[in-house]
Design a protein around this ligand. Sequence first.
Ligand SMILES: Nc1ncnc2c1ncn2[C@@H]1O[C@H](COP(=O)(O)OP(=O)(O)OP(=O)(O)O)[C@@H](O)[C@H]1O
Length: 317
Amino acid sequence: MIQIEGISRSFGERLVLNDVSFTVDRGRMTGFVGGNGAGKTTTMRILLGVLAAHAGRVTLDGHELTRADRARFGYMPEERGLYPKMRVQEQLVYLAKLHGVSAEAAKASASSLLERLGLSERANDTLESLSLGNQQRAQIAAALVHDPIALVLDEPFSGLDPMAVDVVVGVLRDYAAKGVPVLFSSHQLDIVERLCDDITVIGGGKILASGSREGLREAHAGREFEIELSGDSADAGWVREQPGVTVTHLDGGYARFEAESDAAAQAVLQVAVSGSRSTPGAATDAAGAVSTATSTTVRRFAPVVPTLAQIFKEVVQ
Ligand SMILES: Nc1ncnc2c1ncn2[C@@H]1O[C@H](COP(=O)(O)OP(=O)(O)OP(=O)(O)O)[C@@H](O)[C@H]1O
């Protein structure tokens, strides 16, 4: 596990990181999100030792990070660092060898990554001759080619089309599945939401929220619920009459409502179900939903959980 503990950093008089702490667990993908100038790149640079912290420390599995540890990290910096005039495969092999990988292993690793990232056909082209999206794939390959013990990627998805995003997501997931801690920053909240196990939100140099994706969504869930009835003539209009409930959206058998309490919300479910039960011939289907003789079914009842974009807006305000 990588632990960032109480990191602070100023540029001149300006404090740009203020007591930043969060963890990047092994085997999990951690998304690092924040607005422009929030402090993501500065944090990543400190993590990699490219920049010094003025306070705090970074540890790996409990010991302070050494130069040797950092040399085995995979880093994709904000300012992309490959040589424009060098051929892609040659460049990857060269970088792997710089990290101490044998020539043979470097060639094998470069070929396999180029294949995986859909760049095999461009292996002998110079970087500058590739499209921006393909240059980005090559940058990702460069961060991975020495089989890193941890991955720190600054905006790895910028400039990638949706197909390429899926390819890169698959590759990164494989690294996480091997037990590698993976930290990446992104402004594309939909990708972060889809990809991440854990999320850290930074704003104005301070950590505003940090935790598992599900934990954050639950913690920021309001008192809004939704119920969906299906059937011949499903009508959720009766929810409006329930005590302690305000319907915010109604469409046939679908109602979204705010409940004063969990009990008020549960009462809606009970009415939906017991209404069904009081109907002769009620039956439970294979999915456990209760059907009536007129075949009205409670298809769904759940709290409305916010998207990452909604949580982000809430914590950044
Ligand atoms: N070398 C530097 N000298 C002075 N100020 C700096 C330097 N590097 C970063 N900063 C300032 O530190 C703050 C945080 O910048 P940083 O690049 O870490 O943000 P970020 O979250 O990565 O932003 P973005 O999403 O726009 O890339 C910004 O206000 C930036 O101007």
